[in-house]
Structures are given as C-alpha cells and as structure tokens.
Write a protein that binds this ligand. Structure first.
Ligand code: ADP
Length: 396
C-alpha cells in the first residue's frame, strides 16, 4: 500500500510517497515559493536522477498538481496512476481541544481545522489548503489529518492549565497544547521498543532539538507534560524563538522601543533564540563555529541552550517521579555529540552516564549511555513522515 504524506507551510509543500509494505520512501520532494515569484519543485525518486521544475505555482492546488505530474512522470516518476496512492496523510498543526488522535478528514474535521485558524494562524490555513488541493486532485482517496497537538492532549489539567483567569480557558481554549507531537510520539514509542522498556509504565523524556525545540515527558507513551505551550514559542531556547521569558519583558521593551504587540511577538518568534542572543545565525553549527573562534556571546548562547534543556529534564523527572529513558532527536539532538554530552553532564545526580565512544555518532539509532548508567540515554532519529504514514495506514 502506498501512502502520500503532505506537509504544507504557507508558501511551501513537502511530500513523501511511502511504500508501507516495507516502509521505504519511493519519492520525496519540496515545492517552494508557492504564491510567490520563482516557484520551484524539487523531486527525488529512489534510484533516479533529481528533477527540478521551475514553473509558477500560484496556489497549493497547482503545487499538488505538479507533485502528481512528477510522481507519474515517465522518467522521474514512481507510479503510473494516482489510483496507486491508497491514502494521503497530512501534517496539521492545531486541533484545539477537539481531537486527541489522527482522524480521516470529512467536512466536520475541516470545520475544526478552520475554527483553529486563530490558534495556528501561519499553519492551519496552509494545512487546509493542502487537504482541499488533494481532494480536488484525487477525489475519493481518503485524506487523514495528523495533528501536531494530538500527543499533548493526554496531559493532566495541572500540566496544561495556565495560572491566568479561568475564563480564558473556557472562552478561548487558552492552555498548553505542545507541538512536534508527531515526533514526540514516534520517538517515545521507539525509545520504549529500543530500550526494552515496559510499554505501560515507561517514563521517557524526549528532547526534540532542532531549529524549533521542545521537550516532552511521557508515561507508557502518553504525554504528561511538554515544553511548548499555546503556541510553539514557549519552553526551550530555539534557533530564532526565545522560549520562556518573563511576560513583563514584553511591556517593558514595547514601552522603551515604541513598538506594538505584533512587532514584539515577531521579535520573540523570529529575531530571538540563539540568533538574537548572538546576532550571528539561527543555525547551531554557525554558533558553535563562532564559539570555537572565541566569540563570547556564542558561548553564552550555547551554554544557556544546554542549561535550559537540562533544567526541563530535571523538572520532568520530578513531574514523573523518575525517568527510565532520555531520547535525543532532530537536527541538533541527532548531530551534536558535544551538546548531548554537555546536557547529560548536568544529570549526574540521576545516575546518567554517557559512553563517549557510543555518543560519537550522528543520525543513527543508538544507546549512548554506559552500561552502568541508571537511565538509558538514546539517540533516536525522528521520522515525522513515517509517523504520519503509519497513523494514516492505521485509519484507512
Ligand atoms: P527544523 O525541522 O526545526 O527546521 P531540524 O531538526 O532540521 O530543524 O534541525 C536543524 C538544526 O540542526 C539547525 O540549527 C542545524 O544547525 C542543526 N544541526 C545540524 N547538524 C548539526 C551539528 N553537527 N551540530 C550542531 N547542530 C547541528
């Protein structure tokens, strides 16, 4: 069975066609600059040359049509008819408090995605456009929505409730949701399997450290807490996002600089994090290079990033009254051995011990803790596309 996975951004569309018989990627690609001048499709199929098509893509509908053409192309394609695609799985950002699981799309589901536009203003409209474009291009093929917020819906009230007037939860659903849910669910599940842990009781902390970064705590694969909040701004220091700050900082800076709340939020989302702290880059590799060259701000940014991850791990260990496994994933988590080691050095009190030789690895599933470590520490490459395809398969 072949499943197409779609991840739509406001001006981009990533796709993968996965053969679920052996979970192999048949083809994958990216449409960039949708609705902007200079649109481009890049398509790669297993065992074939990379194919690039530069053609105007005024809408996501045109983008999907180009993806279908590429998938069926005589030279670069991997199918001869779109009927070979059994179902389409869509990454959807926000389901508010309505869905705690993936779901086959119908008119009610689309209504919920639309009702959550204000909770995910950049993503939900694009996600819905992707779904509607697929409905138009492949009528009759089931679409499944896989929500980033679904994993966080199992959090208890004490973890998701903000200490603000209760009426805002009642009236506007203001609470902690958490994001990267597909990745946290996938990685915590893999950690239980790989670590041979009790599937009902295992206490797992997943550190998804990429350009966007978040930590989750789960018991038996069910999320009990996570660092992102109503939006992905809360929690860890990220590439360009501040993570946790005293909310009064906003008013203070706005008054001093004479800027409004939109500009302030733009600064916290796009001009902060390690980028804002250093003025160098949002890419952790650039920050590490600058640190190695003696740049003090780069050193502080990396130290602060690591310190905050360690603080969250400590908090979540307390929240669960223990931890069986800590898993690192995403760009920084999978590639930065020094970062993993530095985070784990804060965790000696938990009996965490890293095996330096095992930790000398990138992007591979591996146990990186020593035999004596009281907590299993693992590198688990995330695979959000495969996770979406598995969720889709389970529903169709
Ligand atoms: P996202 O999906 O949030 O865009 P990724 O999970 O792809 O992010 O991670 C991207 C980040 O991973 C970048 O900031 C990049 O610098 C970082 N990264 C990749 N390789 C390394 C490395 N060897 N050391 C440190 N950071 C790395």
């Amino acid at each position: 069975m072949k499943i197409l996975v779609i991840n739509c951004g406001s001006s981009s569309l990533k796709y993968q066609l996965i053969d679920m018989d052996n979970e192999s990627v048949l083809a994958k690609g990216l449409c960039e600059r949708i609705g902007i001048e200079g649109s481009k499709l890049t398509h790669e199929a297993a065992g074939k040359d990379k194919y690039v098509a530069e053609k105007p893509m005024p809408t996501h509908k045109t983008a999907i049509e180009m993806v279908m053409e590429a998938l069926q192309d005589a030279d670069h394609g991997v199918i001869t008819d779109t009927k070979e695609i059994s179902a389409i799985g869509h990454r959807v950002l926000h389901a508010g408090m309505i869905y705690s699981d993936s779901i086959v799309v119908n008119e009610d589901v689309k209504k919920v995605i639309r009702e959550c536009f204000d909770l995910g203003p950049l993503h939900n409209p694009a996600n819905l456009m992707g779904i509607e474009a697929c409905e138009a291009a492949m009528p009759g093929t089931p679409n499944v929505a896989v929500f980033d917020t679904a994993f966080g819906m199992s959090m208890p009230e004490k973890a998701y409730t903000y200490a603000i007037p209760h009426e805002y939860l009642e009236k506007y659903s203001v609470r902690r949701y958490g994001f990267h849910g597909t990745s946290h669910k996938f990685v915590s599940g893999e950690a239980i399997k790989f670590g041979g842990l009790d599937p009902e009781k295992a206490k797992v902390i997943v550190c998804h450290l990429g350009n966007g970064a978040s930590v989750s705590a789960s018991i038996g694969g069910k999320c009990v807490d996570t660092s992102m909040g109503l939006t992905p701004l809360e929690g860890l220091i990220m590439g360009t996002r501040s993570g946790d700050v005293d909310p009064a900082v906003l008013q203070f800076i706005m008054n001093k600089e004479g800027i409004d709340i939109n500009e302030m939020l733009n600064i916290l989302n796009k001009k902060s994090g390690v980028y804002g702290m250093t003025g160098i880059s949002s890419d952790f590799r650039d920050i590490e290079k600058a640190k190695a060259e003696g740049n003090h701000l780069a050193e502080v940014a990396i130290d602060a990033f690591i310190y905050r991850v360690a603080k969250y791990i400590g908090a979540y260990t307390a929240a669960m009254n223990g931890v069986d496994a800590i898993a690192f994933t995403a760009g920084v988590g999978e590639n930065d051995k020094a970062g993993r080691k530095a985070i784990c050095e804060y965790l000696g009190y938990l009996g965490v011990e890293i095996d330096d030789e095992a930790n000398d690895v990138r992007g591979k599933l591996r146990m990186i803790s020593s035999e004596n470590s009281k907590v299993k520490v693992m590198l688990i490459p995330t695979n959000e596309e495969l996770a979406i395809a598995r969720e889709t398969l389970a529903l169709v």
